[in-house]
Design a binder for this molecule. Structure first.
Ligand SMILES: Cc1cc2nc3c(=O)[nH]c(=O)nc-3n(C[C@H](O)[C@H](O)[C@H](O)COP(=O)(O)O)c2cc1C
Length: 358
């Protein structure tokens, strides 16, 4: 495994497995003098945490983050920041029965094919437990972007199964419910849907959107470091992500050019089908990214699969699982947006100098 890092001038490396002793990350390239307390990181982690409601996995991790390096007297020093979180609520025995079996929809089969060795406990490295560290690193990037440029990042659940949730958004209510739903009127419908789904033993997919506001024009490095390409890569690297759209995304297929092109006036753009990025460079409009998450693969409903000897088996997945993984994905997509943007601000400054002071 050689690709556990991402970003160029802000480089994040994560390590750890779902049921190992700890997970962690190293963030390299964060400028000095940013005030950061463990509580600020913890607040973001609590938004991603399991066990916040009956609609997510009941694994209860404390997610107590230790800052091992790179911060002195509450400020970043400019050296590498190492963060560590111990795994305290892993139940590996839940996975003993699938030790030699491949769970459909999981990475079991492909990890085995590639490496010939497999940490079956909770999916090992392929588990979304890894995304905890993205959220921890993202908390630092988010704060830096806000302080430096006034950039605000907001994610939300846009659709859960058949239920669209953002037709009447009230943005300040997103954190008031366990779904990150921006419309309080839809929350009871989501609860009823999830209760019935859980009872049935099945799972469902979701769409999670994220917007970055107050992003200056000029971020993005054509042609192989286009901002939209790197955002898509960042979102697709999240577990269970199956599609990413920038701006109008797949709706562009049915649009006419006259509708899609975002006409310009001296007062600004008249629409934002581009999602705030043209030619791989931010335009100064809001950056809009939408990610589709597949339904949870671990199901107590029996399914067909094979074991390591290629023999047919019937599989039932035990353990504590999210019936809709998209419910907890909102803080993760926000973190990935923050980390990619901060990397691009630093890269832009490397070539163009600090334009925020112009
Ligand atoms: C926040 C989050 C939580 C997840 N929780 C579960 C889970 O409880 N059970 C499960 O089967 N998959 C879960 N997943 C998805 C798996 O990690 C993922 O489907 C699996 O590793 C295979 O990788 P892939 O879907 O990206 O191809 C979760 C994903 C995310 C983003």
């Amino acid at each position: 495994m050689s690709d556990n890092s991402f970003g160029k001038l802000l480089r994040v490396t994560t390590f750890g497995e779902s049921h190992g002793p700890a997970i962690g990350c190293v963030i390299d390239g964060c400028p000095p003098h940013l005030e950061i307390e463990p509580e600020e990181i913890k607040r973001e982690l609590e938004r991603r945490a399991t066990g916040r409601s009956r609609h997510t996995s009941q694994r209860r991790e404390a997610d107590d983050v230790q800052i091992l390096s790179g911060v002195f007297e509450g400020r970043t020093t400019g050296t590498s920041i190492a963060l560590l979180i111990e795994n305290t609520d892993a139940r590996s025995k839940d996975y003993g029965n699938i030790k030699n079996q491949f769970r459909p929809g999981h990475a079991d089969f492909t990890y085995w094919k590639k490496y010939g060795i497999r940490d079956y406990r909770g999916g090992g490295r392929s588990s979304a437990r890894e995304t905890t560290m993205r959220v921890a690193a993202g908390a630092i990037a988010r704060k830096w972007l806000r302080q430096e440029l006034g950039i605000e990042i907001q994610g939300w659940l846009a659709q859960l199964g058949p239920i669209r949730t953002d037709e009447n958004p009230q943005w300040d209510t997103v954190d008031d419910n366990p779904f990150f739903c921006p419309d309080p009127a839809r929350v009871s419908e989501l609860e009823a849907f999830m209760d019935a789904l859980r009872k049935s033993g099945d799972s469902v997919g979701a769409r999670v959107n994220v917007v970055a506001r107050n992003v200056p024009a000029g971020l993005g490095e054509p042609v192989y470091g286009k901002l939209d390409a790197e955002l898509a890569s960042a979102m697709m690297s999240i577990n269970a992500a199956k599609a990413v759209e920038i701006g109008a995304g797949f709706a562009s297929v049915e649009q006419k050019g006259t509708e899609h092109r975002d006409e310009m006036t001296p007062g600004g753009f008249l629409s934002n089908h581009a999602g705030g990025i043209l030619g791989g460079i931010s335009s100064g409009q809001d950056i809009l990214v939408s990610t589709a998450f597949k339904p949870t693969s671990s199901l107590r409903l029996p399914g067909r699969s094979i074991d390591q000897d290629g023999q047919e088996i019937e599989i039932v997945t035990k353990g504590r699982h999210d019936p809709c993984v998209g419910i907890r994905a909102t803080p993760i997509v926000e973190a990935m947006m923050a980390l990619v943007l901060m990397d691009h601000v630093l890269r832009d400054r490397g070539q163009m100098g600090d334009r925020s002071k112009d």
